[in-house]
Write a protein that binds this ligand. Structure first.
Ligand SMILES: Cc1cc2nc3c(=O)[nH]c(=O)nc-3n(C[C@H](O)[C@H](O)[C@H](O)COP(=O)(O)O)c2cc1C
Length: 315
């Protein structure tokens, strides 16, 4: 059984939660990290996962996240990841519902087929047993409708070691509000199996409230951590922390230098732009700042623009 006790966890987010950001989040107080989702077929046939599966010991405990269409494929891809990288756990994504994934009839698509979800977990648990690596799952409430009871039943009897629940249906996308009452219901169903709640945690003060209200074992923070990675430190120190622009620029430069370990130099500079926009949220004059970042055509230009911004905003 996986031991998770009142952990605050960086949620997996494609495009953001690569090794560099995970390391920085751990440093700021996140207890556990997940990789972004990786396609099982790509792992098996093309070794596609190289950039996305890269991690260092500083990110542990880390779950590498896989999605795929059928049990054999997910089990095989998971075994490849475990042999190559030795993560602390394999997480199976049953939540993502972007077009590409739905077309592949995988991930969130499978919320419509709880029995198939169970078979995928069962097969993967079996494949990873010799390596003593556990299997977790990240789910939503259902696809069109809330189908949580049937989903939970199938995952639990298949031997899942923890379940993370984003309290919306796939059809909802990110609209409406995440339903944390269902996180509490899932915890009741899961018994000793750890349950992690996810969705709409924006402020460190909400974390303890959600632990108390639901009895869950972990809480994931996603979007709020992208624009404010210091939220983990705020929770640890139980105080609001205001992070000014120069410190934000230093964060970006550190993130970028770590990204060069696993991304080609110019690609890293393209990828980080989305994160920079998020980190500049709420800063006065952000439109102008974003403009100069987005217009940068190379790493050299991006870095010199960031340094100029830092200089301009330094006291
Ligand atoms: C840009 C983005 C990418 C995401 N990618 C993943 C992913 O790769 N795997 C996954 O399980 N969830 C993914 N999610 C869902 C988050 O992990 C999380 O459950 C969801 O955003 C709700 O939490 P939040 O309100 O704290 O952001 C993603 C969310 C966002 C916004």
């Amino acid at each position: 059984m996986l031991k998770i006790e009142r952990e605050v966890i960086l949620a997996p987010m494609a495009g953001y939660t690569h090794s560099a950001f995970r390391r920085l989040a751990r440093e700021l107080g996140a207890d556990r990290t997940y990789s972004e989702l990786m396609n099982a077929t790509g792992i098996i046939h093309r070794g596609d996962e190289r950039e996305l599966s890269y991690f260092t010991d500083l990110e542990r405990p880390i779950h590498l996240q896989v999605y795929g269409r059928n049990p054999e494929e997910v089990a095989q891809a998971s075994e490849i990841l475990v042999k190559k990288y030795r993560p602390d756990a394999i997480d199976i994504n049953f939540g993502c519902s972007v077009k590409k994934v739905l077309k592949a009839k995988a991930a969130g698509y499978l919320l419509q087929f709880p029995k198939e979800m169970g078979r995928i977990v069962e097969e993967t648990v079996k494949a990873l047993k010799p390596y003593k690596v556990l299997v977790t799952a990240k789910i939503r409430l259902g696809f069109y409708e809330d189908n949580l009871e049937e989903i939970a039943e199938n995952l639990l009897s298949a031997g899942v070691s923890a379940i993370a629940l984003h309290g919306r249906t796939a059809k909802q996308g990110f609209s409406g509000k995440a339903n944390w009452d269902r996180v509490r219901d899932l915890k009741e169903m899961a018994g000793k199996v750890p349950v992690i709640g996810s969705g709409d945690v924006r402020d460190w003060k909400e974390v303890d409230v959600k632990f108390e209200e639901t009895g869950c074992d972990g809480i994931m923070i996603g979007r709020a951590a992208v624009s404010n990675p210091w939220i983990f430190k705020e929770y640890r120190e139980k105080r609001d922390i205001e992070v000014k622009l120069p410190e934000r620029v230093d964060f970006i430069l550190r993130e970028l230098s770590m990204m060069w370990e696993f991304f080609e130099r110019e690609r890293a500079c393209k990828v980080i732009k989305a994160h920079i926009t998020q980190l500049f949220k709420g800063i006065r004059g952000k439109a102008k700042l974003n403009d100069s970042v987005m217009r940068s055509k190379s790493c050299d230009e991006l870095i010199s623009n960031l340094l100029r911004i830092k200089e301009e905003f330094s006291p």
